[in-house]
Design a protein around this ligand. Sequence first.
Ligand SMILES: NC(=O)c1ccc[n+]([C@@H]2O[C@H](COP(=O)([O-])OP(=O)(O)OC[C@H]3O[C@@H](n4cnc5c(N)ncnc54)[C@H](O)[C@@H]3O)[C@@H](O)[C@H]2O)c1
Length: 252
Amino acid sequence: MMLLSDKVAILTGVNSGIGRKAAEIFAKNGAKVFGADIRTDKMDELRAVFKACGSEFEGCCCDVRKAEDVKAVFSRAVERFGRIDIVVNIAGISCDKPISRISDEDFSRIMDINVRGVFNFCKYAVPYFKKQKHGVIINTSSITGIYGSGMGCPYPASKAAIMGMTKTLAYELAPWNIRVNCVAPGVVNTEMVAALGERARKTFERSIPLRRMGEPEDIADAIVFMASDMARYITGTTLCVDGGYRPSTVNP
Ligand SMILES: NC(=O)c1ccc[n+]([C@@H]2O[C@H](COP(=O)([O-])OP(=O)(O)OC[C@H]3O[C@@H](n4cnc5c(N)ncnc54)[C@H](O)[C@@H]3O)[C@@H](O)[C@H]2O)c1
């Protein structure tokens, strides 16, 4: 069953990891996608994936921190596909330093990409969604925004901020039939996590009841569900996709 037939979606962070996999699964579910990422080297491959699925992909370089870039994504997507039904914010960066080594610049960079970036895409989606009286926004938080993490405090802070923004926008925008939700991945097997090293990986695996790290498709499938009409009565919530993970209080 194709869950997103004829839907048009904007996805950020499509050049790698969870965003890339989400774009592929959107293609398999019949959606047309406009991808936005600061890196674009994998976008031609994605275009081919969509073509093979009988769907369409367009993408461009966009720094989610910059309002001008974000506005351009919306006008290009509407120009190409005629409308937008779904916005999925996936672009993000992590942090694994102790507080003594986190500079002002580190803090600002994480907040700007992870929080301002999501704000920008929500803000510029709203006029389109209000006008058509429907729309879906899905933001990518993290279970670290709920439980905290061993270190790298700006990252969980940014992910908790996303949950607060999501709930508020869900209440504010419900009168226009706009749903706003988060997915909160646990530990997922992407470059972001590979960078943390083998010891951290083993520690994580021991804390996951399903005894494996998540794969990007585990998260992507949850995003497709939340974006589809199957989730039509769900708004203002955070769907944890984490294999039952509960944190150890010991640093990895
Ligand atoms: N991997 C995990 O274990 C995990 C767990 C919880 C949450 N998440 C969240 O999932 C999302 C995707 O993570 P991932 O593991 O796939 O990471 P990733 O590093 O593989 O992908 C992130 C993507 O965001 C893009 N990006 C970075 N800065 C950008 C900017 N300024 N403007 C536009 N694009 C930018 C990158 O180019 C990249 O394509 C992130 O928001 C991350 O916080 C990941």
